[in-house]
Design a protein around this ligand. Structure first.
Ligand code: UDP
Ligand code: MG
Length: 319
């Protein structure tokens, strides 16, 4: 989008925070010099307090009083990172918007590189993790597996090792905000809107302080969310699985019939019956589970509840 004449272009950093009290000061300490160094560009930092139960909010409000570039959106409870990010993106006024984690796992000095590529004319600049040394072996393996499965079933692939850290132009952000769904798998939505995309590589560091909010169980649910958000293959695959199982059962019954006719009745066939019953029963249960996932999604979407609720916004609008 062309900037209004006479106005410096604005870059918005959107930061979701949930119980990040250990990181708030380190975050501003690291990020502010980098954003100040973006010559000829103005900046704002939109922090979203996602229902923190520690004193994250107090610290953020203190920063918003001290620095006119900082604005704080306080949500009414913990809505989860995706909703917090959505709240921040809705609040951001920038010509370019960059989602950024408060734990400084993504190095702030990549931001000028993202901005540079945007100024060269790209709409989306992805920050791709060149290495994930800071993550555990298990997390790396499960992440790779997830990206493989996701890309196999989705029409809009997400690049391997791209997180939420990226730059999006205003046009991309407006397109993103048009998407009406309630349950938002942001990485998928980002990929779905498209636009001219390039990428910058970086190495992801360990957290500065505090602990990751994503336990194994939460990551598993996140992966299910992603897979069911962007593909219907898990629904359709049961038609084929059921078809194959039914055909095999038919062939097998033909074989048993022939054998009985030729050789007479031997042992009453308990083993083959129980195997078939268990196999088909298991298959049906998995199928019902998959349908349940989608029905659950339809149910929550049908309620049309807001994605998040803002309790209060602190700090002045800088643009
Ligand atoms: N976060 C959030 N709401 C949540 C969980 C996390 O706003 O319910 C924020 C968190 O404060 C951090 C970012 O999302 O700024 C990424 O979370 P985290 O570092 O725990 O995720 P990981 O890097 O382990 O994937
Ligand atoms: Mg993190």
């Amino acid at each position: 989008m062309a900037p209004t004449p006479g106005r410096r272009r604005l870059v918005s950093l959107v930061v979701p925070l949930h119980n990040e009290t250990d990181n708030v000061d380190a975050f501003f300490g690291a990020i502010t010099p980098i954003l100040r160094g973006l010559h000829a560009l103005d900046y704002e930092i939109v922090c979203v307090n996602d229902g923190s139960t520690d004193d994250t909010l107090d610290k953020l409000v203190a920063w918003s009083v001290a620095d006119r570039h900082v604005r704080v959106v306080d949500l009414s409870r913990n809505f989860g990172k995706e909703a917090a990010l959505t709240a921040g993106i809705d609040e951001a006024r920038g010509d370019a918007v960059i989602p950024f984690d408060a734990d400084l796992q993504d190095p702030p000095d990549v931001i000028p590189c993202l901005v540079q590529r945007w100024l060269e004319g790209f709409d989306v600049v992805l920050a791709i993790r060149a290495r994930r040394d800071a993550d555990t072996w298990l997390k790396r393996c499960t992440a790779t597996l997830f990206y493989r499965c996701y890309n196999a079933i989705s029409d809009t692939p997400i690049p391997d090792n791209a997180g939420d850290f990226r730059l999006m132009s205003r046009q991309v952000v407006d397109a993103l905000r048009e998407l009406p769904e309630n349950r938002r798998f942001m990485k998928g939505l980002f990929a779905w809107v498209g636009f001219r995309t390039t990428y910058v590589e970086y190495v992801r560091c360990a957290r500065v302080g505090g602990r990751s909010k994503f336990s194994c169980w939460r990551l598993w649910n996140f992966a299910l969310e992603g897979l069911t958000s962007f593909g219907t293959l898990p629904l359709r695959v049961w038609t084929y699985a059921g078809g194959i199982a039914a055909c095999s059962a038919l062939v097998l019954s033909g074989y048993f019939l022939l054998r009985t006719l030729i050789q007479g009745v031997d042992v009453p066939g308990y083993a083959s019956i129980i195997t078939a019953v268990l196999f088909l029963g298991g298959l049906q249960l998995v199928g019902i589970g998959v349908i349940g996932e989608y029905v659950g999604r339809i149910y929550t979407e049908a309620k049309r509840r807001p994605i998040y609720i803002v309790r209060k916004v602190y700090g002045a609008r800088s643009a």
